[in-house]
Design a protein around this ligand. Structure first.
Ligand SMILES: O=P(O)(O)OC[C@@H](O)[C@@H](O)c1c[nH]c2ccccc12
Length: 260
């Protein structure tokens, strides 16, 4: 079993919901990455999503885009990130999921990329611009390396397709809770709860909800209809402003037991 599967199996056993923070690698300097990952683990993160800065992101909202530009401006490279993750692996035991668009993987070289992330201790990969029809360009390598591809579905994905997508993976299904890009939001689509319920019904793997989630109330509410949440922009903001006790407080919800 991959580390992601094991982690989710343990959560289920303890009746807990997952909290997966997203951070942009290299924001604040690449040398902060190891410490930030360790801190997120200490605050109760179930796993962590590490973003690779890229000049032409597709799904990123303004907060993540700015973080990406800051990271690029201080010279962050995919190679550097992988090296820091390898160092982090000595002190961090939660699953590490790398989020990158296809382009940086292509320029790194697919086989080299998979070999290096695997050796560094990466457990999963999110590639938002890789449709399932094109997966064969990398999935055989990822499978051989036991690195899980985390696939995304959105509010506009037909249920049949969600079934197909969820049957391919073993990690979790990333369910995008908005029609749009990443970023803090105050309101959700009226269909969201029903949508999450139907995704939960068809998916054999854990269903994680992400995009637009930033408050404790939202985390608790959305966790009722999913196996947990992914929080990006809010965490990026809190790191940028160095509001670490606020982060700890926000993440404390992940330590509570859930009864759903
Ligand atoms: O920032 P938000 O709204 O909390 O959403 C999470 C998101 O940032 C993170 O998972 C992410 C950042 N960039 C992405 C691109 C595609 C899918 C997901 C992501």
């Amino acid at each position: 079993m991959n580390r992601i599967e094991k982690t989710f199996a343990a959560l289920r056993e303890n009746q807990k919901k997952a909290f997966v923070p997203y951070i942009m690698a290299g924001d604040g300097g690449l040398e902060t990455l190891v410490d930030r990952l360790a801190l997120l683990e200490k605050f109760g993160a179930t796993a962590v999503e590490v973003g690779v800065p890229f000049s032409d992101p597709v799904a990123d909202g303004p907060t993540i885009q700015r973080a990406g530009l800051r990271a690029l401006a201080n010279g962050t490279t995919l190679r550097g990130i992988i090296q820091e993750i390898e160092k982090a692996r000595k002190v961090v035991s939660i699953p590490i999921i790398l989020m990158t668009y296809l382009n940086p993987i292509y320029s790194y070289g697919i086989a080299e990329f998979v070999r290096d992330i695997r050796n560094a201790g990466v457990d999963g990969c999110i590639i938002p611009d890789l449709p399932i029809e094109e997966e064969k360009i990398i999935v055989p390598e990822l499978e051989a390396a036991e690195v899980e591809l985390i696939r995304l579905v959105t509010l506009t994905t037909p249920l049949e397709r969600i079934k197909t997508i969820s049957s391919r993976g073993k990690g979790f299904l990333y369910t995008v809770t908005v029609k749009g890009i990443t970023g803090v939001r105050n309101e959700y689509d009226a269909e969201l709860t029903n949508f999450l319920k139907s995704v939960k019904e068809v998916s054999k793997i854990p269903v994680m909800a992400g995009f637009g989630i930033s408050s404790k109330e939202q985390i608790q509410e959305i966790s009722k209809y999913s196996d947990g949440v992914i929080v990006g922009s809010k965490i990026v903001d809190l790191f940028e402003q160095n509001l670490l006790s606020e982060m700890e407080d926000l993440m404390s919800v992940s330590k509570q037991k859930s009864n759903v």
